[in-house]
Design a protein around this ligand. Sequence first.
Ligand SMILES: Nc1ncnc2c1ncn2[C@@H]1O[C@H](COP(=O)(O)OP(=O)(O)O)[C@@H](O)[C@H]1O
Ligand SMILES: [Mg+2]
Length: 239
Amino acid sequence: MKIIEVNNLTKSYGTNHVLQGVNFHAQSGEIIGVIGKNGAGKSTFLEILMTIKQYDAGTVIVLDENIASLPMNRLEQIRKQISVVLQPTQFYKTLKVEELLKLFKAYYNSNLDIKKIIKEFKLEPHRKKYFDKLSGGWKQIVSLAIVFLSEPKLLILDEPTTGLDPHMRNMLWTYITDYNERTGGTVILTTHNMDEIELYCDKVMLINNGMNEVFDTTESILATGYKSIHEFYLKKVSI
Ligand SMILES: Nc1ncnc2c1ncn2[C@@H]1O[C@H](COP(=O)(O)OP(=O)(O)O)[C@@H](O)[C@H]1O
Ligand SMILES: [Mg+2]
């Protein structure tokens, strides 16, 4: 199955030509990091893959379907197999953490055990708290725990670790890699933390000046003589 195949993708906001010919593909089971400076077009790119943003030209295939030519009902079927992290602010303020998890478990028709999720995401001390009263980092962890209830084929995460402390970040990555190994699900995410790319991603795409300036395995990038992905980024991208 073609999880994602993107050819010559372009997208402008008025005269701001954000994506000017991006080529990208993702196979089943890959973990791919998308990097680039603020405003490079990472979120725009991910939103196009999520099928929630219009693009101007090029081909975008998601889960074997060309999304440009799909009727609404087929598009909805595709969307059901993709999970994305929702903005925490959209959650019901009146629900407690455990209630939220139960609600989404029912919504996704998930077989996963809520108790196990609570344990794995270290949510025990927070399970009876209102979502609204959690700190920013814990809100994010709960949002991510919810995403994993759906066991998606394709998981798209926009800066999932921004604002998380090192333990939270480690916990999240443990869960991402475990989900990936257990289900063979594909993960595409953005991050500004180059260590995460080096440690956990199979491939990396650098968006620079509207193009996928680099799209390669982290291994082959490091094999070309960079000490780290961090060094690679600093050398490739000007301020
Ligand atoms: N809805 C929008 N309308 C107009 N301009 C936008 C919109 N969304 C993003 N942009 C602009 O597009 C560029 C890329 O934004 P974005 O995809 O959010 O980049 P990144 O996620 O890499 O920081 C930025 O210049 C941003 O201001
Ligand atoms: Mg962004």
